[in-house]
Design a protein around this ligand. Structure first.
Ligand code: G3P
Ligand code: MG
Length: 238
């Protein structure tokens, strides 16, 4: 379960420079020198893992309503680029499978963040596991989720792939949770992390990753505290 992660990971690709969670954003991250990218994965109505952060289409596409109500074919007709800039018009919503292929071609490691719609945690995790297994891509990958059901499912069915528990604030019982699911890492919101917490987590020998850090001074401070990696919308800046 060993994986080597770089100090900066492109967030949603390179979300500061290109429409988040698109292949254009992944390519941009690689062009800017990122060696790893993070992206968010949800299920279409017909159970296909696709890249999307929000549970509805409203903010990042020209569609409306919940992602989980639309089939992959319907989602494929949408424009996921124009909201960011006209130069990205008609950029499609990518599937997880094609994103992994692109990442492999670009030599990028991936943090696949699984974002299940309510009541679909296990189903979403299993669909992602199927894609990851069938892609047979021998490259670096970490799976993460805010959903403990997802982490538990990954622990059960994809044991050899490193898992990261995602949290906003570091919870009191972080250590027992990481032990329970044999996690590789804890991913937290840097805004709520203290130096003392960072020390304790690092002393327990876990990898510590922080999102979303776009300020180089803040990044330097976090690295000084022992944080291993940061997620940034501007991987060129930090
Ligand atoms: O995976 C780190 C970070 O992306 C978690 O928060 O809301 O940006 O997916 P969010
Ligand atoms: Mg994310």
């Amino acid at each position: 379960m060993a994986v080597k992660i770089p100090k900066k990971i492109g967030h949603r690709g390179a979300a500061g420079h290109a429409p988040e969670n698109t292949l254009a954003s992944i390519r941009k991250a690689a062009n800017l020198g990122a060696r790893w990218v993070e992206f968010d994965v949800m299920l279409s109505h017909d159970g296909i893992p696709i890249l999307m952060h929000d549970s509805t289409l409203n903010r990042t596409t020209n569609g409306k309503g919940p992602i989980s109500a639309q089939s992959l074919n319907d989602l494929r007709t949408l424009d996921a680029g124009s909201w960011f800039d006209e130069s990205f018009a008609d950029e499609p919503i990518p599937t997880l499978a094609e994103t992994l292929l692109l990442a492999e071609a670009l030599g990028l490691g991936c943090n696949v963040e699984i974002k299940p719609a309510p009541e679909t945690s296990e189903e979403t995790a299993k669909a992602v596991i199927e894609v990851v297994n069938s892609s047979q891509i021998p490259f670096s990958i970490i799976m993460s989720s805010f959903s403990e059901t997802v982490i538990g499912t990954l622990h059960k069915y994809l044991f050899d792939t490193p898992r990261g528990l995602l949290v906003n604030k570091v919870p009191e019982d972080w250590h027992s949770k990481l032990q329970k699911w044999d996690c590789f890492s804890l991913h937290c919101n840097h805004k709520h992390l203290s130096q003392e917490q960072a020390n304790t987590i690092k002393s327990a020998d876990y990898h510590l990753l922080c999102y979303t850090v776009n300020d180089p001074e803040r990044a330097a401070l976090l690295f000084n505290w022992g944080v291993d990696s940061i997620f940034s919308d501007y991987p060129d800046r930090v």
